[in-house]
Design a protein around this ligand. Structure first.
Ligand code: M6R
Length: 367
């Protein structure tokens, strides 16, 4: 059942090129330059004219929501708010008729997400779902949506469901932007091409970086705390890296936007603190390189996820993991892979039950 792998988590990490491909299959057609998403098309008009889209989710799915916020604002020029379902449901939120609520959930059964959606639906909102489990409660409650095709995810830590969510959210954002004409034809074609190239690039990471990541995991397995930093599209990935580490290794970890470091967390930096920088080449690259220098000056142990061939970052980091070059818009789907693997191998090194971390359930059906 684990397909020859020691753990479901590793199997599911390795399955990501397929899960991402399957989530685009029959939807993205690179020859015809089309995206087919019938559920979304049905509500395209309401989405295009929405004053705002509210994304509601929990945990890793909430991190996917944060990436979607950046994507939808940038590409579609629609205001997006990302809400923890548990907070949204209890604070009497302002929801009006015709508001667009986008739910993201692997299981489709997360209690807080479900109830938040029920409340919004009763106020007349349009509920769109990005869900992995077909026929689940959230899928049934949604007016429309687009399934992720990650296949069953058994490991409690979400991995392939997350990258499948990002893939579908990219498709939705690009589709809406194209309809709204907030991107031009050239950019549209470029984004479709970049997205189609993702499965092969993920495969490249899996084919080339595993031994290196394993070595880094051995080296840092006894660390007490970890800091994860990223900017822009990689900021939610820093949060996701920290969550994955907590779940799988029980090591305390925090994710921050890299520039927030100066507003507190930099006080933690000393020669014992590993700091993971998600520092791929994007419009913020120069800025994050200076953040790396600031941590280095305080003797922090720098582990960097970088774009291959980035000699400057290689020179600064104590350890680095290289990923293929990609447009910053799809980069998070790539940059999260090394972080999943780092947590996995550290969990294994620490002899932990990586598929079933203590105190956690695969789907949180009680609040
Ligand atoms: O099934 P859902 O996507 O609604 O679940 C949301 C969270 O419970 C889930 O992502 C959780 O944070 C995972 N254990 C993260 O690895």
């Amino acid at each position: 059942e684990k397909g020859g792998y020691d753990h479901f988590m590793l199997k599911e990490i390795i399955e990501q090129p397929q899960a991402i491909f399957d989530s685009m299959r029959g939807r993205l057609d690179l020859d015809k330059l089309t995206i087919t998403l019938s559920g979304i098309e049905q509500y395209a008009e309401q989405i295009c004219k929405a004053n705002r889209i509210v994304i509601v989710s929990c945990g890793t799915s909430w991190h996917a929501g944060l990436v979607a916020e950046y994507l939808i604002e940038e590409l579609c020029r629609i205001n997006v708010e990302v809400e923890y379902a548990s907070e949204f449901r209890y604070r009497n939120p302002i929801v009006n008729e015709g508001d667009v609520i986008l739910a993201i959930s692997q299981s489709g059964e997360t209690a807080d997400t479900l109830v938040a959606l029920e409340n919004a639906k009763s106020k007349g909102a349009i509920i769109l779902g990005v869900v992995n489990v077909v026929g689940s409660s959230i899928a049934r409650l949604s007016h429309a949506g687009a399934y992720t095709h990650a296949g069953p995810e058994i490991g409690v830590a979400s991995t392939k469901a997350f990258t499948a969510q990002l893939t579908v959210l990219e498709l939705i954002a690009i589709k809406i932007a194209h309809i709204k004409k907030t991107i031009d034809e050239q950019q549209y074609a470029h984004l479709l091409k970049e997205l189609s190239a993702v499965p092969d690039k993920v495969q490249t990471i899996l084919d080339t970086q595993l031994p290196k990541i394993r070595e880094i995991a051995r080296k840092y397995k006894d660390a007490r705390d970890f800091l994860y930093l990223g900017r822009g599209y990689n900021f939610p990935i820093a949060l996701e890296g920290a969550l994955k580490l907590k779940e799988i290794t029980y090591i305390h970890a925090e994710g921050y936007p890299a520039a927030e470091m100066k507003h507190g967390p930099i006080a933690l930096v000393d020669e014992n603190l590993p700091v993971v920088f998600v520092a791929t080449k994007d419009r913020y690259h120069e800025k994050i390189v200076s953040n790396i220098q600031e941590v280095k000056a305080r003797k922090g142990r720098i582990i960097a996820v970088i774009t291959e061939g980035d000699e400057v970052s290689k020179g600064l980091a104590e350890d680095y993991i290289e990923i293929p070059d990609a447009d910053e818009i799809v980069a998070p789907i790539l940059s999260v892979i090394p972080l999943q693997l780092l947590s996995y191998y550290m969990g294994v090194e620490r002899n932990q039950d990586v598929d079933k971390p203590r105190n956690l359930a695969k789907s949180v059906t009680v609040e």
